[in-house]
Design a protein around this ligand. Structure first.
Ligand code: ADP
Ligand code: MG
Ligand code: ZN
Length: 600
């Protein structure tokens, strides 16, 4: 850092030097007699002066320049014709009257200038090169420094209050805060302070937020760095950054080092394909070494976050390293309300707004998603020049986040609209008539993102287990659109392709992951061990070709069963489906209540 500050200083002093040199040169030039203030006169005037005997002192001839002084102490100069002698121009009488003095042309200063300019330029050039080299040198020197950002203590601190829900995670971290605050309490008991805490959870569940909150609660410095920042173009940089980071941290003990996205460096060593892993391995080794190297009594706690604990090197997870693992779950309905409330704190919410209702509509959403919903609602309210955020704003933004923004500009032909309407009602109707399916929340034929229409199902409550019947129901409702197109229009369109893709995916997982087919309770293929996740080629498929064809047969069996069942349902309810679809064509949206009314 220091070197960076010095460089402009050096340049400044250099500039000053040049300026001083210029001033000096100017001064000398000024005091030089040839440059002193003189007036130019014509040669005739010069001769007149001679005639009047006004000239005092001698007349100086330098090249073609003729300088003289008059008796009233004024200096004048004039020029004679080039290559002519004064003796030729002036007559003898005139020459007799003056005292001629001939000097060589004064070229000293101009010669000096011409001689000096290249020298100065060369010197400047070398100085410039030198400085350039130096600054790049210092850049290389600071390259290995970790650019961990130390949390600014004067800024507003994050505390556990800012983290809504996540009760279990907070409880476990409470302990860490205690370690950091009162290290002696534990060392007196002979207890070792944990070195590493690994936060595990899906993206956006608040891992980074929790780590900050721990630092804020314990009121200790917090060094945050992202795993990817260790990975540079040059080998060895990562390791030296780790060294630097831990050195800084030890100086500031007690403190927290937070390595975000540790999977960027902490992947299993010796894994993957191609080169370029040496660097990561070195970095990882350095982290391990540093963690082992903490002396007794340094209370530096390394926190790390990842959403891929499965790809981490086992060496990172052994006791004495990241042995504390805190799982940060996606929030349940109660926590979702709380998170919405946290992010609604500084926003003007309409009185009587029901955040629980929004929480109910957002199963599977993470803290980051919910923050986004609150933000979108605020933007919407501001766009409408409203004073407060209303329930409607919130609901619109849930829709926007869950289903993608409406694309009203996409114009469908009447034929396409009709197909879309029957397709969506096909999904909804089949889903409704199969008990294991989630209730329909909304049907819409307004385009969103890629989709021309949507049918939005919402579970009654958060779901943690999925039964086989649930998947079978889902297969049917997914095929509902396809079957409706087939029955009402005689052929299917490309509109069903993503439905089919999802249906096939579900059927495949039923067979290969969940053991729901009569191939038995066996898992086929190694989950999470595909190539790019960090291991070798060819390990993903651990079953025979014979079994592969059996799996394929089972998958199509599941899909075909669902297809037959769906077809039966659609044929039986053809008039009802047509009725709803025609209404949807007019209304564009059908809500849950409107939909249920058709069945009463
Ligand atoms: P992660 O690191 O797990 O990917 P972050 O900690 O960066 O997620 O969370 C992203 C944002 O989501 C945070 O800035 C925060 O505003 C919000 N958020 C996530 N979880 C919560 C929570 N439990 N309470 C309040 N806000 C949350
Ligand atoms: Mg994060
Ligand atoms: Zn569909």
């Amino acid at each position: 850092m220091n070197s960076k500050v010095k460089v402009p200083n050096k340049r400044n002093s250099f500039l000053t030097l040049i300026v001083i040199a210029l001033i000096l040169a100017g001064y000398f030039a000024y005091t030089n007699p040839t440059f002193t203030e003189t007036e130019k006169v014509s040669f005739t005037e010069f001769r007149q002066n001679i005639a009047k005997s006004e000239i005092s002192g001698s007349v100086l001839i330098q090249g073609d320049k003729v300088s003289f002084k008059t008796k009233d102490k004024k200096s004048y100069y004039t020029y004679k014709e080039p290559n002519s002698s004064v003796y030729e121009i002036l007559n003898d009488k005139e020459i007799a009257k003056i005292n001629l003095e001939v000097k060589p042309e004064n070229t000293f200063y101009s010669d000096l200038m011409f001689a000096a300019i290249p020298v100065v330029l060369i010197v400047l050039f070398f100085l410039f090169m030198f400085r350039q080299a130096q600054s790049s040198n210092s850049q290389a020197m600071s390259f290995g420094k970790s650019n961990a950002k130390m949390h600014d203590k004067t800024k507003e601190k994050t505390s556990f209050k800012d983290v809504a829900g996540a009760t279990e995670a907070k409880q476990e971290l409470e302990e860490i805060v205690d370690f950091l605050k009162y290290p002696n309490k534990y060392s007196k008991m002979g207890a070792k302070i944990p070195k590493g805490v690994l936060l595990i959870g899906a993206p956006g569940t608040g891992k980074t937020l929790l780590a900050r909150a721990v630092a804020g609660e314990a009121d200790v410095p917090f060094f945050a760095i992202s795993g990817s920042e260790f990975v540079e173009m040059f080998v060895g940089v990562g390791a030296s950054r780790v060294r630097d980071l831990f050195k800084k941290a030890k100086r500031n003990s007690p403190c927290i080092i937070f390595i975000d996205e540790i999977d960027a460096v902490g992947r299993q060593r010796g894994a993957g394909m191609g080169g370029g892993h040496d660097e990561r391995e070195q970095t990882l080794n350095q982290i391990l070494t540093e963690m082992d190297g903490f002396e007794q009594g340094t209370s530096v706690i390394v926190m790390a976050a990842t959403n891929r604990p499965d790809v981490l090197d086992p060496a990172l997870l052994r006791p004495g390293r990241f042995d504390r693992r805190v799982v940060v779950d996606k929030p349940d309905i109660k926590d979702r309300s709380a998170i919405l409330a946290v992010h609604g704190r500084n926003k003007p919410l309409e009185k009587g707004i029901k955040l629980e209702k929004i929480a109910r509509q957002t199963p599977g959403f993470t803290g980051a998603d919910l923050e986004n919903i609150m933000n979108e609602a605020a933007i919407l309210a501001a766009k409408n020049d409203a004073k407060k955020i209303t329930q409607h704003d919130l609901e619109m933004s849930v829709e926007k986040v869950a289903l993608g923004p409406e694309k009203k500009s996409r114009v469908l032909s009447p034929e396409e609209r009709k197909i879309t309407s029957y397709h969506e009602v096909g999904h909804a109707l089949v889903g409704h008539l199969i008990p294991s399916c989630d209730p329909v929340h909304k049907i819409s034929i307004i385009s969103r993102g890629q989709a021309l229409g949507v049918t939005w199902y919402l579970p009654e409550e958060d779901r943690h287990l999925y039964a086989k019947s649930k998947f079978e129901g889902e297969l049917c409702s997914l095929l509902g659109g396809y079957v409706a197109e087939e029955i009402f229009f005689g052929e299917v369109t490309t509109g069903a392709s993503s439905d089919l893709e999802r249906a096939s995916g579900i059927a495949r997982r039923m067979v290969t992951e969940f053991g729901m087919s009569d191939l038995g309770p066996v898992v086929f293929g190694e989950k999470n061990k595909e190539v790019f996740l960090g291991r070798d080629f060819g390990h993903a498929k651990n079953y025979s070709e014979d079994m592969a064809s059996k799996i394929d047969a089972k998958i199509s069996e599941f899909v075909n069963e669902a297809y037959e069942k769906t077809k039966a349902i659609v044929i039986k309810n053809k008039p009802k489906l047509a009725e709803i679809a025609e209404d949807l064509l007019v209304k564009e949206n059908i809500s849950r209540d409107e939909f249920l009314a058709y069945f009463n």
